[in-house]
Design a protein around this ligand. Sequence first.
Ligand code: SF4
Length: 439
Amino acid sequence: MIDTNIFQDKTAVYYTLGCKLNFSETSTIARILQEAGVRTARRGEKADICVVNTCSVTEVADKKCRQAIHKLVKQHPGAFVLVTGCYAQLKPGTVADIEGVDVVLGAEQKKDLLHYLGDLHKKERGEAHTSALKDIRSFVPSCSRGDRTRFFLKVQDGCDYFCSYCTIPFARGRSRNGSIASLVEQARQAVAEGGKEIVLTGVNIGDFGRSTGETFLDLVRALDEVEGVERYRISSIEPNLLTDEIIDFVASSRRFMPHFHIPLQSGCDEVLKLMRRRYDTDLFASKVRRIKSEMPDAFIGVDVIVGTRGETEEYFERSHDFLQGLDVTQLHVFSYSERPGTQALKIDYVVPPQEKHRRSQRLLELSDGKLHAFYALHVGQTMPVLLERPKPGMPMHGFTPNYIRVEVPHDDALDNRVVNVRLGDFNAEGTALQGEILI
Ligand code: SF4
């Protein structure tokens, strides 16, 4: 039995790196500590506990984690420092050796963090508590309020795909998920807390159902019945798991938004094989066609990695041409990063850094053109926009169902409300369409 008296009136700071899933998990950690009596430290206040939730998707991410830990240790001298997340799971010893770190928790241990906080006395040397990949089995539910408007609901964790460039399966374990009943309950809770939009998040969410025998289509159908949710967005889904039934369901749903984020990674079949991805460009193109035939107005974001091992100049040009011809809205371009323990390291052909940079610039230009054209198509239209809390003295922003960012004059009374807006031209920064509110 944990004696929570130790935590009464203690303060904590939280630092999160990485994906939406990490942010939703940090929010859950904060809720567990809050229930134990720990309050979040105010800005500039010295904290008793520092929690760092790490990412390890690239080498740069690892470095940023170490920098964040050093900075927090300096800012909060004497605080008990707990580090968790993907970098902690992959490199527990390295993290435990960082000056000031007390406890390092792996993917399986983070659910028992109160136990590992112990009496909050600083340790002589950092202690690492992790499990082997095969023993990472728990699904830790989490639903975070990103802001007052949007909640991130974790529906799935882990991955069984082992793409050749990726370490996430080693950091997060095998694919598993919460039950549909528990997720529907969390959606109801989000509505009760004023949430209007819920983003379904996970690692490989299309693989939902591995540990419960349910399916992703079952899940979205059940969530669609939850009263009070204005909007759902599917954060990201593998192309081979984005079935026609799911596309048709989104097209017919009033609550699921016409907004898709689909990782392609390369527009060249030879490179997809080297990446050990589970589809080819024909399948990907067919998914885009199906979405656009059902929802011509849908926003389609696409992840692409440039400079993976084996991506020759010719293969890159093929990838570029495929993307150029694809009716998608935006490319999220990532530069390949060597990851320890991945199969990609066995591929000899290496793309030099400056060439990686040149290729990502090419794709970013292509993406800017597509996004600008998509926005321009909607100038003059009237669309419902869910407005978000504005910063003091700043204009308000929100998104249309198909993820167009809209800017309107500041009005606190419209915070977290869906209003009809006539879309005008781009704002000065070119980051949103200016809107005229039509109440
Ligand atoms: S699907 Fe591939 S890229 Fe995505 S998390 Fe799994 S292994 Fe990594």
